[in-house]
Design a protein. Structure first.
Length: 223
């Protein structure tokens, strides 16, 4: 179905209740599932995954603004070294795995995107969130209490604004445009993740405002 993925769809939407749970893993644990042309970013000798948990609302393709949908999206966003495309600045991620509990979105995502979207169970009880799929789960608990900022990681995560994928043999980039991205460090009181054997919690951020953003069509990169 690559022909559908080649359709240049530009989306607009809103991000609500954004949570970014950042953890590192040994690079060897993830490298086999990452295309060789995508370089995993080295941060302190490990790979870094910024897991996003967000409620997407008023999502619509620009060409059909009356067609609107919403869903909860969680994803393991692996940081990649794309500095060769951005004048020396690394800003990219690779969707290692993505999840939603909406089966229609899973079907549509598989037809129109390359972001490894699968169905999972998502439960929320107060500040605790549990994502489970088969025998694996990730559970975290964050609150609104401010935490001491890791300024290096805060700058690193705050700069991410593009996703890389392969369409056929072409490396593609999808840019995300937003007017602001006011991430704030918050306290995480619990984290465990059985999707990865070497997962180590690093820091958590929240965005307390509604973020209006554009998800641009993917563009093939010349190598």
């Amino acid at each position: 179905m690559n022909i559908l993925k080649k359709i240049p769809i530009h989306y607009k939407g809103e991000l609500h209740d954004v949570r970014l749970i950042n953890f590192s893993v040994e690079t060897e644990e993830v490298m086999e599932k990452v295309p060789s042309a995508i370089r995993i970013r080295d941060i302190g000798g490990r790979a870094l995954i910024s897991m996003v948990d967000v409620k997407l609302r008023n999502m619509r393709p620009v060409v059909m603004p009356l067609l609107r949908f919403q869903y909860r999206h969680m994803a393991f966003r692996l940081l990649v070294d794309d500095s060769e495309y951005n004048n020396g600045a690394a800003k990219g991620i690779f969707f290692y795995r993505s999840f939603t509990d909406n089966p229609l979105i899973v079907t549509g995502g598989g037809l129109f995107t390359n972001y490894n979207l699968g169905r999972a169970r998502i439960e929320e009880r107060g500040n605790e969130v549990l994502l489970s799929q088969g025998n694996h789960h990730v559970r975290y608990c964050v609150d609104d209490s401010p935490s001491e900022a890791n300024h290096n990681l805060m700058a690193t995560i705050g700069a991410l604004d593009r996703a890389y994928s392969f369409l056929g043999k072409s490396l593609c980039v999808t840019e995300i445009q937003r007017e602001k991205w006011p991430i704030q460090p918050v306290r995480c009181t619990h984290f465990d993740n059985t999707f990865f054997q070497t997962a180590k919690f690093e820091c958590a951020f929240r965005v307390f405002e509604t973020i209006y953003y554009d998800w641009l069509p993917p563009k093939a990169l010349m190598r």
